[in-house]
Design a protein around this ligand. Structure first.
Ligand code: 5GP
Ligand code: ZN
Length: 113
């Protein structure tokens, strides 16, 4: 289910434009508007949920599906040498959009500090 007041649900519905790189019935992958690496993609489930802690069994299945798909999507979009996944959860992590999303970072040697 999508939520009317959620930024990423609006992107999924096409109400807000995005640079899409992959889409199927379960997930959408698009470019982050403020990239933190040479390649910075966001993978979102089409079923809105906020946090890993809120996830139901079906949403966990979707997350598994996304994790299985991501290596190929990353490789096809400039991360053939590797990539990093980040899922920010809550305030201390600096989460700003409360629709679960996976950051895909790569296209360069990534610092680890
Ligand atoms: P968070 O901080 O919640 O983990 O990540 C949210 C991400 O969404 C940030 O990296 C931010 O740059 C990105 N973002 C925020 N608004 C938009 C938007 O309208 N379009 C796109 N493509 N990315 C966005
Ligand atoms: Zn949403």
């Amino acid at each position: 289910m999508l939520k009317d007041d959620c930024l990423f649900c609006k992107i999924i519905k096409g109400e807000i434009p995005s640079a899409k790189v992959y889409e199927d019935e379960k997930m959408l992958v698009f470019k982050d508007i403020e990239p933190k690496a040479a390649v910075h993609l966001l993978a979102v489930a089409k079923d809105h949920f906020k946090l890993l802690a809120d996830m139901n069994a079906g949403q966990a299945e979707t997350l598994k599906y996304m994790l299985e798909k991501i290596p190929q999507i990353a490789a096809q979009n400039g991360c053939e040498n590797g990539f990093r996944l980040v899922i920010n959860q809550g305030e201390d992590a600096g989460q700003t959009v409360f629709h679960l999303h996976i950051h895909i970072l790569g296209g360069q040697k990534l610092p680890w500090e």
